[in-house]
Design a protein around this ligand. Structure first.
Ligand code: IMP
Length: 389
């Protein structure tokens, strides 16, 4: 595993090297790779900005043939949020009063704006969001908060930026009066980095398990960007007439997902979907003698989707086992079939989706069902339940 950190800041790099040293083979900055590309950070939140940076660099590396399969591109975005100023300067921390204004002036201005404000009302915190963008398209975030109060006077020479005005009652000091090691133990960035370390470890353990069980991950990100409509079907059981009609009716779509029990007609379905439509199939409990993957992870819009027929997780009784497995593998969506009943519900924070069956429906109206997944401009997914006729 190689971690590429999207920063020029030596202190940040030193900190991440220290925290991540035993989990990554190599930790380099983008500058050390000779990359000077700077993605535009025009998001409205810390997490949007960190993702813009990490994904922007990842795609740059991909386009220039520099991306390795086991790369993780990491980026952070941070800032000071002052309660009395409605969370400002927030994502504009670096640009507050202009990028070139000194922090001495910025800090004095914040203290001036809080004149007459006392006690709890002076609460403020640093926030840091870290985004890890995997070469295979997965994206993870962690967040750290460093709370304190706006000091009456700036104090301290250590640190940078707004450190001299964040007062920490537990220490009787400002953040700029802590030495670097002390600050890293309690800082927003330190917390977010340590949380990211834990997260990467658990993702890696899950990936190892996947590898052991020979469950391939679906390809993702480059394709996921152009996907706007996905045809989601399941349990066709060789009765493909309805499916062929649906394919004609629902065009255009860029991806077709079949969640199992096609029973051997996959190539016919692929052909009907047409060239340029990416087709994913997983093995159902009636797919004997097949080389189809048992499970897949496919990126659609900004979601990692866990694809499985579902019978191994007992979805007929309880969807939560499937939801938990999806979440453990870094997926916010679980797509499944097997029950022959359409289903759409958030279970244990995972959106669980079943398009129903296009051969033998079992819900009360006994209509053939499927779903269309639509991806909006921000990569969010919506699910439209449809009937075959
Ligand atoms: P960035 O995430 O490195 O771009 O930081 C944005 C801005 O937030 C910095 O320029 C500082 O103004 C402020 N900031 C973020 N973290 C800290 C910190 O630990 N101490 C002081 N200022 C910070």
């Amino acid at each position: 595993m190689r971690i590429i950190f999207a920063t020029h800041n030596r202190n940040k790099l030193a900190e991440i090297r220290k925290i991540m040293e035993d989990i990554a083979a190599e930790i380099v900055s983008k500058a050390e790779l000779g990359v000077d590309f700077e993605p535009v950070e025009d998001g409205q939140s810390f997490s949007e900005n960190s993702e813009l940076k990490a994904v922007g660099i990842r795609e740059y590396l991909r386009e220039h043939g520099l991306l390795r399969q086991d790369d993780i591109i990491m980026a952070d975005d941070s800032g000071l949020c002052v309660d009395y100023m409605d969370g400002e300067p927030g994502v504009y921390s670096a640009r507050f009063m202009g990028e070139d204004t000194s922090y001495e002036v910025k800090n004095r201005e914040i203290i001036r704006r809080l004149s007459g404000v006392e006690g709890e009302a002076r609460a403020a915190h640093f926030t840091c969001d870290i985004c890890a963008a995997f070469a295979d398209g997965r994206v993870f975030h962690t967040e750290g908060i460093f709370p304190g109060f706006i000091a009456n006077e700036p104090a301290g020479e250590n640190g940078f930026g707004y450190d001299p005005i964040l007062y920490l009652p537990a220490y009787g000091k400002t953040s700029a009066e802590l030495d670097m090691e002390e600050k890293n133990k309690i800082s927003h960035r330190g917390k977010a980095l340590r949380e990211m370390r834990r997260l990467l470890q658990s993702v890696r353990e899950t990936d190892w398990k996947l590898e052991k069980r020979k469950i391939p991950n679906g390809e993702s990100s480059a394709d996921s960007n152009r996907v706007r409509r996905v045809l989601l079907v399941s349990d066709s059981h060789r009765k493909d007439d309805a499916l062929l009609e649906i394919i004609t009716k629902e065009r255009p779509f860029e991806m077709l997902i079949h969640l199992g029990d096609a029973e051997g007609t996959e190539s016919q379905i692929r052909k009907a979907a047409g060239e340029g439509v990416r087709c994913y199939f997983v093995e159902g409990n009636n797919d004997f003698f097949t080389s189809l993957p048992k499970e897949l992870i496919v990126r659609i819009g900004k979601e990692n989707c866990f694809l499985s027929h579902g019978h191994r997780y007992g979805v007929g009784m309880d969807v939560s086992f499937l939801a938990d497995e999806a979440r453990a593998r870094g997926c916010g969506v679980a797509m499944f079939g097997h029950t022959h009943r359409p289903y759409l519900k958030t279970v244990n924070e995972v959106v669980c989706v079943n398009p129903g069956s296009i051969s033998y429906p079992r819900q009360s109206d006994h209509k053939l069902t499927y779903m269309i997944v639509e991806v909006d401009g921000d990569g969010r997914l919506s699910y439209i339940q449809k009937y075959a006729n």
